[in-house]
Design a protein around this ligand. Structure first.
Ligand code: FE2
Length: 392
């Protein structure tokens, strides 16, 4: 029986084999393959990096197609030593090769896994404000919850004007959008948005009227003494998982048909047209846009319109079903954190005459929260393939 490239005869540890366009290295008993152009591109040799930052100085587009080693060997301590045919000597440390090995499939920087809510989702996890802003462990616990669960409540936040902005700046950066940097949500008959009424706010995501809507929302209850107005959160990614499982054609329709959304005031306007669902390079849901109140007339091809409404009806039914939903009352000082590309938020109607109800909210981007998490975990600096000044 012939051997395939993926299952060659066993070779001793450290064996380097040069092929036409790539080399193979036996490391930890595994045959790992690396293309020459990829290895050359990822050189950490002195001339190829900006010394003070580790950024690439080598110009990727200038690597010739004929790049290849003139010599290559492996040392168990130093790693893979290559002399390239452009004269540059490079070292690739064993740990670096393990971390970046793509032989067995595309390597992706691991994103925290999303733990989709079960159909009988409980309320979001709660964290004390003093812990989140006062300790690394406390902040990491809250960041872990936002990353995995998509929502968390911070309790005991001082009911001070714009405290939510201070909180955002403590853990990352405010994502400024039209209208206001800090949005006031309270009963206001002249307000520009349905949130300023006292009626029910059906679960929705904010600002789909931006091509890249803000991906984190912080809702700080300065005071909540009104009767009614319980908060509702729905895991939109869990709802989409059910839709994808039961009606893949409806899921595909929502990934395909663009929907215009608009939010405007007397002085400002936001408008964007995108499919309601965006997938990432792995085919996983990255972004859900869902706002009944902001959707504008569909301008889809004639034959797509009824398919769209059928798919929309199906998803809206799941969102309204009560599955994947948390429903809870917020008190003074509660700050609801939502990964708003994933989790929809809303509220039940309330009686504005029964007591004060005033929220202030700001937006952030989840990139910055995940970055803060990597920094606090000490994971953000790249591993050099070789130490500065080291030569093969
Ligand atoms: Fe909203």
């Amino acid at each position: 029986m012939s051997q395939t490239l993926d299952h060659p005869p066993a070779a001793p540890e450290g064996t380097v084999t040069l092929d036409e366009r790539h080399l193979a290295l036996v490391l930890d008993g595994r045959r790992r393959r690396f293309h020459y152009v990829w290895l050359r591109d990822n050189s950490w040799a002195g001339p190829d990096r900006v010394a003070q930052s580790g950024e690439r100085r080598l110009v990727t587009g200038a690597i010739p197609p004929g790049v290849r080693p003139t010599a290559a060997s492996f040392d168990a301590v130093a790693g893979l030593e290559v002399l390239w045919n452009d004269g540059q000597a490079c070292v690739y440390a064993p740990e670096w090769l393990r971390r970046h090995d793509y032989s067995t499939g595309p390597r992706r920087r691991p994103r925290p896994a999303a733990a989709l809510w079960p159909a009988d989702a409980g309320n979001p996890p709660r964290f004390a404000h003093a812990d989140v802003v006062g300790s690394v462990d406390g902040q990491l616990a809250w960041l872990d919850a936002v990353a995995a669960h998509g929502a968390a409540v911070v309790t005991g936040v001082p009911s001070r004007h714009h405290e939510v902005e201070r909180f955002a700046q403590t853990v990352g950066h405010v994502r400024e959008v039209a209208f206001d940097r800090v949005h006031d949500v309270r009963h206001d008959p002249a307000g520009y948005n349905v949130a300023h009424t006292s009626g029910e706010l059906r679960p929705h995501t904010d600002m789909p009227s931006y091509d890249w809507p803000p991906s984190v929302q912080l809702l700080h209850f300065l005071v909540n003494r009104a009767r009614g107005g319980d908060s509702t959160l729905v895991d939109g990614w869990a709802a989409l998982a059910e839709l994808r499982r039961d009606a893949p054609e409806h899921f595909a329709t929502l990934c395909r048909v663009p929907v215009p959304f608009q939010l405007f005031s007397e002085d400002e306007d936001t408008w964007a047209e995108n499919p309601m669902v965006t997938l990432d390079a792995d085919g996983e849901v990255r972004l859900l846009r869902f706002s009944n109140q902001l959707a504008q007339p569909l301008a889809a091809p004639f034959d797509e319109v009824e398919a769209f409404y059928a798919a929309y009806r199906h998803l809206a039914g799941i969102i309204d079903s009560g599955r994947y939903r948390a429903s809870f009352r917020c008190d003074d000082g509660d700050l609801v954190t939502v990964h708003s590309h994933r989790v929809l938020h809303g509220r039940l109607p309330y009686d504005p005459a029964s007591g004060a109800r005033h929220l202030q909210d700001v937006y952030m981007d989840v990139d910055d929260l995940l970055a803060r998490r990597r920094v606090l975990r000490g994971e953000h600096k790249p591993l050099p393939a070789q130490t500065p000044g080291e030569t093969a």
